[in-house]
Design a protein. Structure first.
Lengths: 162, 518
């Protein structure tokens, strides 16, 4: 899932189009932000004034919402995103050891990217598969019962250097 | 002959390779020239068996699991399409004791039907509750729900009928039904299963709620971590709308109800009802002070019913079978059933729906089979990240709202996370504070600052620094958070912290500390 670099001329058209189709729905802010991130991969800086204008709110309000929610990114993610669950049910099944292993293997901490920029590591607090953890997601694909050895195998299968 | 094979589409099954197994079955069927109809059903909730493949035979649905793609050729060779014997075979799935010993009321269809097939839903008692509700007046529907004894399944356990009655009596041009599907608690997945594996049931429950209080619009707020649930709901809403189960004229009754699925954005506190309403309105998910109650001034300032997925999903069956039938299940003031979610370090984890009153021990050992690691279960967290950690001496407590409150714990949303004896309870207490610090909305000081101070204090305790003094400080801080926080985020974070400290003092070096002080 490679995303386009930030703030191209194409992005403005995409944002304008999203605002045109979404502005009439009640409480449009989150649907607009989701639509932009789904299309562009993040919320580029020039989206903020455009959204403020389109939804008739202040830039500060857009900024406030954008920065409040963990899901929204202000910068494109480097390469593919790996989410590792850090919550209790996965902890009870070896989640902490897996989290250590993943950070060592990728050479980065949570919210960071691997040195080659191919992978971004994010924490997630529950993917909802709590009977069969530890759980991770690589891109959109879910994986349960992930031991360190299985993580290495999944990484290799995903075409990234282990 | 065309044989029906069921391969679950539930996302836990997908995480365990169900799509790959499905592809392997299609390929092998083609190779051997077998005519197979594959249905992507929901999950039965026996996750240690997933992917659990079922084959329809004259003897009932025969189960095989857990199936890996590499097992598929062998299953065909063993004649599994006729229910043939195989090391992975479990016989008729409906007869398995793990399912037989449950009271599947809300989850009666889950795992059996194709979740996005309206025909399948209708063939399995779907929309019988709505049909009855359409012949009743609004107050009678509310009375039925009140009489059933149903209490909010999100965790707060407020009587659903009383909430509905407040909204019914409120005067407004527009009222709303909002479903809280922001299931962020670790160790819980019953909401996810309803949405992915029986979405029409939730839609039907919300439609009945709309008729009951005079609301014509509904929203389902689903967390962004649940893309499969969002997709299943959207598909089901479209089908229900096309067949006039939703829309301006429900089944020709002249009554209107429309439904929209909204996606959250990764904020745990949006599971708190007022923060969720703020988020739906397009704002930061910050908790509102109450009053006013959402029932009077909720979404966009209008009277709003906001209920958890399981509360709303229980409604169709209550209307179908009657309040007395539902009320006859359960104990004390906890009526009906709760879908318990067995999670963490358990051998047989999954979804167990039982009437209130079952003990923790029965759930952990009779259903859960003890720990997955084979080591003793040392601590169990009930009710999510804000729930208390309980030691083995509390395992005989019946699962009942009042009985749990009496031991300083909460049933919450019914999530049960087991830890074996390798757990360090001081680390778990630290984690509870850390989670609160990450997820606090920041509106009230005890939660925003208290959680960060809590992490620092726990770090000192773990490092063995001034333990008696730091433990005293931790208790004082928890007391402040308990009494001074605006919502359950800060107000209940002390539950896991203090229960860990009280029940497992040895992990905090508190015994040495007491000796030191003496």
């Amino acid at each position: 899932m490679q995303h386009a670099p930030p703030s191209g001329a194409g992005d403005s058209a995409v944002i304008a189009d999203i605002l045109r189709t979404h502005r009439a729905i009640p409480g449009a802010m989150l649907p607009v932000l989701h639509a932009i991130q789904d299309r562009i991969g993040h919320i580029p800086p020039d989206a903020v004034p455009a959204i403020a204008d389109g939804l008739n709110v202040s830039r500060a309000e857009v900024h406030g919402v954008l920065t409040y929610y963990h899901h929204f990114r202000q910068h494109p993610a480097a390469g593919r995103v790996i989410q590792v669950c850090r919550a209790e049910a996965c902890q009870a099944r070896g989640g902490a050891a897996l989290a250590e292993h993943v950070q060592r293997t990728l050479g980065c901490g949570f919210h960071g990217s691997s040195p080659d920029g191919a992978l971004t590591l994010e924490p997630v607090y529950c993917l909802g598969h709590c009977a069969v953890g530890p759980n991770i997601a690589i891109g959109d694909k879910l994986h349960a019962r992930v031991t360190p050895a299985r993580f290495d195998a999944l990484l290799q299968a995903a075409g990234a250097p282990a | 002959m065309n044989i029906t094979v069921y391969v679950p589409r539930d996302s836990t099954a997908l995480a365990l390779g169900a799509d790959e197994v499905c592809a392997a079955i299609r390929a092998e069927a083609q190779r051997v020239g077998a005519e197979v109809r594959i249905v992507r059903n929901g999950s039965r909730g026996m996750f240690w068996l997933e992917p659990l493949v079922e084959v329809a035979t004259p003897q009932g649905r025969i189960g095989y699991g857990p199936v890996e793609p590499g097992d598929v050729a062998g299953l065909f060779a063993a004649g599994f399409l006729d229910g043939g014997a195989h090391p992975l075979a479990h016989g008729p799935v409906d007869a398995l004791p793990w399912l037989q010993h449950q009271e599947r009321v809300t989850f009666a269809r889950v795992g059996i039907t194709d979740p996005v097939s309206l025909d399948d839903y209708l063939a399995h008692d779907g929309y019988l509750g709505l049909r009855r509700a359409l012949g009743m007046d609004a107050a009678a529907i509310v009375q039925e729900v009140t009489d059933s004894g149903l209490r909010g399944r999100g965790g707060a356990a407020f009587p659903t009928g009383i909430k509905w009655n407040t909204v019914l009596r409120a005067q407004a041009a527009q009222k709303y039904i909002v479903c809280n599907a922001d299931e962020g608690d670790s160790g819980t997945f019953s909401d996810r299963m309803v949405m992915e594996d029986d979405p029409f049931m939730l839609i039907e429950g919300m439609t009945i709620a709309g008729l009951a209080v005079g609301a014509t619009r509904g929203y389902i707020y689903v967390r962004s971590e649940y893309p499969h649930a969002i997709a299943a709901l959207n598909e089901a809403v479209a089908s229900a709308t096309a067949a006039a189960y939703l829309g301006p004229d429900i089944l020709g009754s002249g009554k209107a109800f429309t439904l929209e699925v909204r996606k959250g954005a990764g904020s745990y506190v949006c599971g708190e009802e007022t923060a969720l309403l703020e988020s739906l309105e397009g704002k930061r998910g910050i908790v509102r002070a109450k009053p006013p109650l959402p029932a009077l001034a909720g979404l966009f300032g209008r009277p709003t019913v906001i209920n958890n997925v399981i509360s709303l999903a229980a409604v169709p069956r209550i209307l179908q079978q009657g309040a007395a039938w539902y009320r006859d299940l359960g104990m004390g003031r906890s009526r009906g059933t709760l879908p318990f979610q067995l999670a963490g370090n358990l051998k047989y984890g999954g979804l167990v729906e039982k009437a209130f009153g079952i003990s923790l021990r029965e759930l952990l050992f009779d259903f859960g089979g003890g720990s997955a690691s084979g080591r003793p279960i040392r601590a169990v967290q009930v009710g999510g990240p804000l729930g208390a950690y309980l030691p083995a001496t509390r395992f005989d407590t019946p699962l009942d709202y009042e009985a749990f409150a009496a031991i300083g714990a909460a049933v919450g949303h019914g999530g049960i996370v087991a830890f074996d004896d390798s757990v360090d309870m001081a680390q778990q207490a630290r984690y509870a504070m850390e989670f609160c610090a990450v997820e606090s909305c920041g509106k009230c000081t005890p939660c925003r600052i208290g959680s960060t101070r809590g992490v620092e204090t726990m770090d000192k305790i773990i490092a063995g620094q001034d333990r008696p003094q730091q433990i005293h400080l931790l208790r004082d801080l928890c007391d402040l958070m308990l009494s001074g926080s605006l919502c359950a985020m800060g107000g209940m974070t002390p539950f896991p912290v203090l229960s860990a400290l009280d029940h497992f003092p040895e992990d905090f070096g508190a015994l040495d500390a007491a000796k030191h002080a003496a």
